[in-house]
Unconditional design. Structure first.
Length: 316
């Protein structure tokens, strides 16, 4: 029993950093009450964390994505003033502006963001992240495929299984945005047939299924009433079976966002009324809860805890 040591909490909590402890420390610092010098200190913490990440593209993408969503644009501007020649500062400013544009629906100066991405790509020729950020900009602007696909090729040449890039394309190709149902299905099938089963893009197929369920619920009327039929479709059942075979095994999914994929799987199993199987996945998740997709039905933490407890009761 530890006396002065601290036990890791087993209480479920919303954690955008997932199980990245070092990222979690920086996130908590960003969320602390602002005092004089807070932005300068925070910029230094972000800079150091990203430098320490090195060339682990999967982890680097996860950290960039989470930090740029949490940090105010002012922090990125402070970092850029402190380090005007630092390509990470340039890229972080672009990514933070992209995240702000997602919240507002349109970035203030999309051309400036795209220019920063391309300049960062010149300064970081082996890094996929400037291209991933540019892909996000093109998606937000609903640019044509002729502009989007060359950017995908640049990403694929550097990090072929980049999770964030694949999720961007999943959204871009959806009928809600610039594509169609058949394009989404073709994309998912291509990923499933070529990617290693334990790669960072393992959850793309399940993300598509959950997103289509969300779209059906949001449509209202007869479409919403029939949304639950998605969980009894043969292709959905096959996808759940494939994931259940390996994902909950300790050490199988090791990418930075593995906990997010496990949350997706637990949610899907709950919606499919497969609570005994969901219990196994809840045990694998532990205390790390993601807002998506639980937030579709209310407070995400409450939803997670309720269904975890229900699954445990059924499987007891």
């Amino acid at each position: 029993m530890p006396i002065f040591g601290r036990r890791r909490s087993t209480t479920p909590r919303l954690a955008p950093e997932l199980d990245d402890a070092e990222l979690g420390k920086v996130c908590r610092a960003l969320g602390a009450p602002r005092v004089q010098g807070h932005l300068d200190l925070s910029a230094g913490l972000v800079e150091q964390l990203l430098r320490d990440t090195g060339r682990n593209w999967d982890l680097r993408t996860h950290r960039f994505t989470v930090l740029s969503a949490m940090a105010p644009l002012a922090l990125a501007q402070v970092w850029r003033r402190q380090r005007p020649k630092d390509p990470d500062a340039l890229l972080f400013q672009a990514w933070t502006a992209l995240q702000e544009g997602r919240v507002t629906g349109s970035p203030d100066d999309p051309q400036a963001i795209a220019d920063r991405c391309r300049r960062a790509a010149e300064l970081l020729p082996e890094d996929p992240l400037p291209w991933v950020c540019l892909l996000g900009v093109l998606r937000l602007l609903r640019r044509p495929e002729a502009e989007v696909y060359p950017v995908c090729q640049e990403i694929g040449a550097r990090d072929p299984w980049n999770r964030e890039a694949h999720l961007e394309m999943l959204g871009y190709l959806s009928p809600d945005e610039c594509g169609s149902h058949s394009q989404v299905m073709d994309f998912v099938e291509a990923v499933r047939s070529s990617a290693p089963p334990d790669s960072p893009v393992a959850g793309v197929e399940l993300a598509m299924i959950v997103d289509r369920y969300r779209a059906n619920l949001s449509a209202g009327g007869v479409t919403a009433l029939g949304a639950r039929h998605r969980w009894t479709r043969p292709d959905t059942e096959a996808a759940l079976a494939r994931a259940l075979t390996t994902w909950p095994q300790p050490g199988f999914l090791t990418h930075a966002a593995a906990a997010a994929d496990l949350n997706l799987l637990a949610y899907a199993l709950v919606q499919a009324n497969r609570l005994p199987h969901a219990a196994e996945v809840f045990r694998a998740i532990g205390p790390t809860v993601t807002a998506w997709p639980w937030e579709q039905h209310g407070d995400p933490l409450q939803q997670y805890v309720y269904w975890r407890d229900q699954a445990q009761l059924v499987s007891a």
